[in-house]
Design a protein around this ligand. Structure first.
Ligand SMILES: NC(=O)c1ccc[n+]([C@@H]2O[C@H](COP(=O)([O-])OP(=O)(O)OC[C@H]3O[C@@H](n4cnc5c(N)ncnc54)[C@H](O)[C@@H]3O)[C@@H](O)[C@H]2O)c1
Length: 471
């Protein structure tokens, strides 16, 4: 059940909404041709359509420093990107990285929120769902960065590179580096990865790319992923042997790369690499953990590392294992590349643009994936967010029928407590009062918001907040 809006948070939200609405009259976009388009205004009458297709601009509020390369994907003729200093209260979408978003920062005009990164713990997602606001993330944007560090881990686990560097540093301090450079190399011998077997546990964005590139380096690949996606499957190398359990995948593995999410609680993945799984490791197996520290039972792994020649390479430092001679523990560097930040920001910018301009939903953590083919000529697109309760679709369709408007194409998707509709309607001969229609739809019991999309950046958004109409 959705939490009632009659909460303190909701009352605060309504106060902000009311004050934002009072500001509406003063808030206009000046366009190059000096036509002013009122912000917040649905303002729809078919007679006005030429007026409302004049260019306004979408305003994007950013928090944190977002990669300029990513932000450059917002075309300047349609978008204005504002930093944290912007307090105009007129933004249409929020883009952020780690900023802990407060509900107070989500103005009544906000249609969507995108996080440049995978996690969305810093966004009040449940509350946004109640308010009908989709939250997006950028899954896989950092996959290449992490995969490259996994490949580096393969080499660090095969050759005593770090020990060799440390040894040379010590010798250098004593002025002995050159003298001992050949003599001491026997202390740091290793093995090659070509021809060895890598087991990849979790074949998502990172795991599939790791499997593909390790195969290209001449490795044999086994893998386990009960939720393998089609996109990931297409990336896998031909020679991969897919197994039906972790134990089967690791049975002959010289290297094991774990690339699965950390999920707490029963049925989760806490300590999934524990005593039982480790008992199937070859005695010199190298475990690569660039996923999360909590996936590995450190005590069980220490027993394994103490007893053989196995190794542990990870970017999740560990209090028990940090100084073990058979570990290489790095800071949490997996995704720390400029390119990963650029990619995440670019993906978030594309996602927001798609949603604002076409209503398409992809990579949302609280809304269903939704895509309708391009709006046909001579149509207007409506999007409607509503509570996922029976009869809503019929009620919405009835509003169009009553106005004698022909629906050309539509899609309705739901996820949990929220449903989302994208509906293209025909512009006929008759002049329609589209503003009234939007209000009628938005004020249906159970509808949270609606948009009218017709090449009109910044206008056409309406909300139903506790039975009050906000445009
Ligand atoms: N080191 C870093 O800096 C860094 C950066 C990004 C992500 N990560 C970690 O890497 C993990 C993987 O990232 P991704 O982008 O590839 O995620 P992803 O969602 O694309 O892939 C995860 C895959 O794991 C599979 N999976 C889930 N539970 C499993 C299980 N018990 N056994 C086998 N497979 C299982 C899923 O089906 C999915 O295909 C993330 O969850 C995150 O914890 C680390």
């Amino acid at each position: 059940m959705l939490t009632s809006f009659s909460t303190v948070a909701s009352r605060n939200f309504l106060r902000r909404a009311a004050s934002a609405q009072r500001a509406t009259a003063k808030t206009c976009f000046s366009t190059s041709s000096n036509v002013e388009i009122e912000h917040y205004t649905s303002g729809w009458s078919q007679e006005d359509k030429d007026y409302y297709t004049q260019s306004g601009k979408f305003q994007i509020q950013t928090f944190n420093k977002i990669s300029p390369k990513g932000l450059a994907r917002f075309p300047a003729d349609k978008y204005e990107v504002k930093g944290e200093e912007f307090e105009g209260g007129t933004s249409h979408a929020i883009l952020l990285r780690s900023h802990k978003l407060q509900e107070e920062e989500v103005n009544v005009t906000i249609r969507a929120i995108a996080r440049c990164g995978a996690g969305t713990n810093n966004v009040p997602v449940d509350r946004m769902t109640e308010l009908g606001i989709p939250v997006f993330n950028t899954p896989g944007a950092n996959a290449n960065a992490v995969k490259e560090l996994v490949l580096c881990g393969l080499l660090l686990g095969s050759r005593r590179i770090i020990d060799g560097i440390n040894h040379m540093t010590e010798l250098g301090k004593q002025g002995l580096a050159k003298e001992r450079v050949e003599k001491d190399k026997a202390m740091f011998g290793g093995r090659e990865i070509k021809g060895k077997t890598l087991a990849v546990i979790g074949l998502g964005h990172i795991g599939a790319a790791t499997a593909r590139d390790a195969a290209a380096l001449g490795m044999n690949i086994t893998g386990y992923d009960p939720g393998l996606s089609i996109n990931s499957a297409l990336m896998l190398p031909r020679n991969i042997s897919l197994e039906d359990s972790i134990s089967a995948a690791i049975a002959d593995a010289d290297y094991i790369s774990i690339n699965i999410p950390y999920i707490k609680g029963e049925g989760g993945t806490h300590g999934i690499i524990g005593k039982d799984v480790i008992s199937h490791f070859k005695s010199d197996a190298v475990l690569l953990n660039f996923a999360r520290g909590e996936l590995v039972d450190s005590e069980a792994l220490k027993v394994f590392l103490d007893s053989g020649n196995g190794r542990y390479i990870s970017d999740f430092p560990d209090d028990l294992l940090w100084d073990h001679k058979n570990t290489v523990l790095l800071p949490h560097l997996g995704a720390s590349t400029e390119e990963a930040e650029d990619t995440a920001a670019g993906m978030a910018a594309d996602t927001i643009q798609d949603y604002l301009e076409t209503g398409t939903i992809k990579n949302s953590v609280n809304f269903p994936n939704t895509a309708l083919p391009d709006r046909p000529p001579n149509t207007i697109r409506y999007t409607v967010v509503n509570k996922n309760t029976p009869g809503m679709l019929a009620n919405i369709a009835e509003q169009f029928a009553e106005s004698k408007i022909n629906i050309v194409q539509q899609i309705n998707q739901s996820r949990g407590e929220v449903a989302y509709n994208v509906i293209d309607v025909e512009l006929g001969e008759e002049v329609l009062d589209l503003k009234k229609l939007q209000k009628d739809i938005t004020m249906l019991d159970g509808v949270l918001s609606s948009r009218v999309i017709y090449n009109n950046p910044g206008v056409g958004y309406a909300r139903n907040i506790d039975g009050q109409y906000y445009i």
